[in-house]
Design a protein around this ligand. Structure first.
Ligand code: PLP
Length: 477
């Protein structure tokens, strides 16, 4: 048996074929159904139950990729993918991912890849400048916003005087006041998950009722903090959102920052989706006040055309993260001073070279190219909002500050019947094939949601989505 890796020629041939597969896929993805027409278990049933005893040629495996795997994916790269927040597998991002896989560095320490560490610091600083944040913010890359928010709240917890949770933990301690965190009822569920993980407990997550435009109400925040303090609880942090998941509403960040400052609370801004839009000067004012935050998360893998995963956590004082997380066993002591060891900034030790793809994306499109693409998505969303507003059978149910539109079909004799009909409408639209939309609930009602953010989505795709919605509604009626 031959040991070692593939023969060079075989690898080269497979990479050339993979390059063609990628290019052909992206060229033709728009002709596919967005959602595969499959029942659960159908793919698994076509796969052997056990691993092959002998190695197989890569060509055969790539054949199976084409026949077995590709038909079973949901096409996030499809221009009709308008559900959730989009992720673009953009050309430069794909090239960056490929090269990162080849280098396969683990950027845990500066020494284990100086280029990965220094490029990560540099591209995060580019992003900081692009979105107009002051130079004191320092960024690093995590896999997801969920982890970035978890790390931010861990740093907030670590800052609480006398808590010493790092040494003493939380369980079994008497006389410890409950630690409370605040967000609106529109904050993402990753906020609750972080509170569960960090021992705050869901009971101590205050989900404040938002206003009629789905924004946190500062007066409610103020009152909740006062109530908790009066009851002997310990307010720790506020998670404000710039671009909520359901409607993309923006909490009044400046007022919230003022409250956090007065109350000594950590302010984390979840700008996972909308943060990238601050690249556009005309949208920057929506973020007023975020420069006063302690931490901010922006996901280039949402609306900056970078393949998943890539989430940038910007922290005003990175020493807060370091003091919460740095732990250097003998075998990881590197002796270098004046360097960043990325392992010090969070839970994980090993980390991928994610900065490479972000670097390629930013360089390939340039700031002006990124700005123009985001601006176009916002224009498309406004256009869609106009079409909905002009249609008496539909109601737009939230403002459109960015590129996501929420609306409801005005059907059914009661609100509950309306919910059921809107749910059936969404099923019918998604079953049609060319588009994939999502839903949410607002003020208790089921609403449809179109989120534009894929690099390949153009006006014709949004128009088609709207036509399918109208046609499907007419058919159901
Ligand atoms: N925050 C907001 C506002 C989101 O919309 C999402 C996901 O859509 C997240 C956080 C979680 O993102 P991730 O999947 O990167 O953890």
């Amino acid at each position: 048996m031959r040991l070692g890796d593939l023969p060079d020629q075989e690898l080269r041939a497979a990479l050339h074929r993979a390059a063609d597969l990628v290019a052909d896929y992206l060229e033709g993805v728009g002709d596919e159904r967005v959602l595969p027409d499959l029942r659960p278990g159908e793919i698994a049933a076509r796969l052997p139950a056990a691993a092959p005893a002998e190695g197989e040629p890569l060509d055969r495996i790539l054949d199976d990729f084409e026949t077995l795997i590709r038909p079973g994916v949901t096409h996030w790269n499809h221009p009709g993918f308008l559900a959730y927040f989009a992720i673009s597998g953009s050309g430069p991002g794909i090239v960056g991912e490929t090269l990162a896989a080849a280098l396969n560095v683990n950027a845990m320490l500066w020494r284990t890849s100086p280029a990965a560490t220094e490029l990560e610091e540099r591209v995060c600083d580019w992003l900081r400048q692009m979105v107009g944040l002051p130079p004191e913010f320092r960024g690093h890359i995590n896999d997801t916003a969920s982890i970035s928010t978890l790390l931010a709240l861990a740093a907030a917890r670590h800052r609480v005087p006398g808590l010493e949770v790092r040494e003493r933990g939380l369980a079994g301690r008497t006389g410890l006041a409950p630690l409370v965190v605040y967000g609106s009822d529109q904050a993402h569920s990753s906020f609750d998950k972080a509170a569960m993980t960090l021992g705050f407990g869901l009971e101590n997550v205050r989900r404040l009722a938002s206003d009629s435009r789905f924004r946190m109400r500062p007066a409610a925040l103020h009152a909740a903090i006062a109530t908790d303090r009066a009851a002997g609880r310990l307010p720790v942090a506020v998670v404000a959102t710039a671009g909520t998941t359901s409607t993309t509403s923006v909490d009044p960040l400046d007022e919230i920052a003022g409250i956090c400052q007065r109350e000594g609370l950590w302010l984390h801004v979840d700008a996972a989706y909308a943060g990238s839009a601050a690249i556009c000067p005309e949208l920057r004012s929506l973020f007023r006040g975020w420069e006063r935050a302690d931490s901010i998360v922006v996901n280039p893998h949402k609306w900056l055309f970078t393949p998943i995963d890539c989430s940038v956590l910007l922290v005003r004082d990175p020493r807060r993260l370091v003091s919460a997380f740095s732990l250097v066993p003998d075998y990881l002591a590197s002796g270098e001073e004046q360097v960043t060891n990325l392992m010090d900034l969070g839970v994980q030790l090993g980390r991928r070279f994610r900065a490479l793809k972000l670097w390629m994306v930013i360089r390939a499109y340039g700031v002006s190219g990124l700005e123009a693409r985001i601006r176009e998505h916002c224009r498309l969303a406004r256009r869609l909002a106009e079409w909905i507003d002009a249609e008496p059978e539909f109601e737009r149910v939230a403002p459109v500050p960015f590129s996501t539109v929420c609306f409801r079909w005005l059907a059914g004799a009661t609100p509950e019947e309306g919910d059921r009909l809107n749910e059936r409408l969404l099923e019918a639209v998604n079953a049609a094939g060319p588009v994939f939309l999502s839903h949410t609930r607002l003020a208790g009602r089921y609403v449809l949601r179109i989120a534009i953010g894929n690099l390949r989505t153009a006006e014709e795709h949004v128009q088609r989505a709207w036509e399918i919605v109208r046609r499907s509604a007419a058919a159901l009626a």
